[in-house]
Design a protein around this ligand. Sequence first.
Ligand code: C6P
Length: 419
Amino acid sequence: MSNAVTRQASAAPTAFAVETVRADFPILHQQVNGQPLVYLDNAATTQKPRAVIQALVDYYEQDNSNVHRGAHALADRATEKFEQARLAVASFINAPSSSQVLWSRGTTESINLVAASWGRTQLKAGDQVLVSAMEHHANIVPWQMVANAVGAEVVPIPVDDTGTIDLDAYKALLSDKVKMVAVGHVSNALGTINPIEAMIPLAHAAGAKVLIDGAQAVGHWAVDVQALDCDFYVFSGHKLFGPTGIGVLYGKAELLEAMPPYQGGGEMIETVSFDGTTFQGLPYKFEAGTPDIAGAIGLAAAINYLNKLDRAGAEAHEQALLAYALQKAEALGGIRLVGTAAHKTSVLSFLLDGAHPADVGTLLDQQGIAVRVGDHCAQPIMKQFGIPGTVRASFSFYNTFEDVDRLFAALEKAKVFLL
Ligand code: C6P
């Protein structure tokens, strides 16, 4: 019986001021299908604090202009805010210089940039790119595209039944053929936190570069790219409480400098003539066309918001929510947890015995609960587990223990209805 599990018994009380924080997120305070919204789809995208929404409004109401090219006050203000945003990102991830912070549309575009620019020039026939078996498609397909073009190979790093990378198998795969290890900091489908602190030096010792897909990590704890010593680190603004349409590619300076531009156009050039074109230095060489100025400014507002938050407390709160949800799951019964690694973010991926994930998702939505269902753009790991997909509840720091109670009360109802 789920009500045999009390909150007091399940999780250490968290000192995190969740109700104060919730007040910062206007979207959370609404009814969906006649019930107060319980938003548990944070791995898909996080909600935006009022400070981010206000930064976008302020920008469009007061400063909107194009950057780097105007000879007027608005253009100067827009440029100033846009470049301040780059500095904010650099300091947030401890990049040595803001010139190593490149704007993109998101994680997907950042990985495509590295695969197309670094990959096309550095990979050759017979080379290997290692990716984990639980990668998001965004960290598989761009590598397959370049590998197919140059005759290289994308090789999966085995993952066990709990959703944990097999480190011995990884070590065995490392050889002088491996030129790139591209791995998620955290699996979006399972929540596994990968041991990248161990994997990065091993890759370097084998002569490979490392790209870390941080899409599912940056929203949970502070990332330090210099301490990690990764060659590239990528993430999306919208999973970091910022706007959609803006993303980041961090890279080591010597690698970025040696890489050819990804797209051509305005902004990224120094001189253009029909005899030839010269390109700007970092970071502009990689930023053709008008960038997402508002997105960058909104992302900086999100970072500013997070910098004022008790992030350690937020993470502890998320972990307490996960622990509580795991106890509720055990009490519920008839549930298969997918992804049971020892180190996880606050992601609960599961199947209800005998029920299709899509039906569970619909029944939860009818009760005001937002989750994601499906393969989570991670088909290879779903195939390995022999399942079409899962129901995924992903918690953020603004979720409450009541949200977890609501989820499991709704699952009780779903079981009655579906089974
Ligand atoms: N995962 C999810 O529901 P974009 O779409 O470019 O912002 O992010 C792509 C991406 C790359 N890597 C990881 C680990 C991700 O989780 C995502 C996005 C969302 O899990 C949408 S599929």
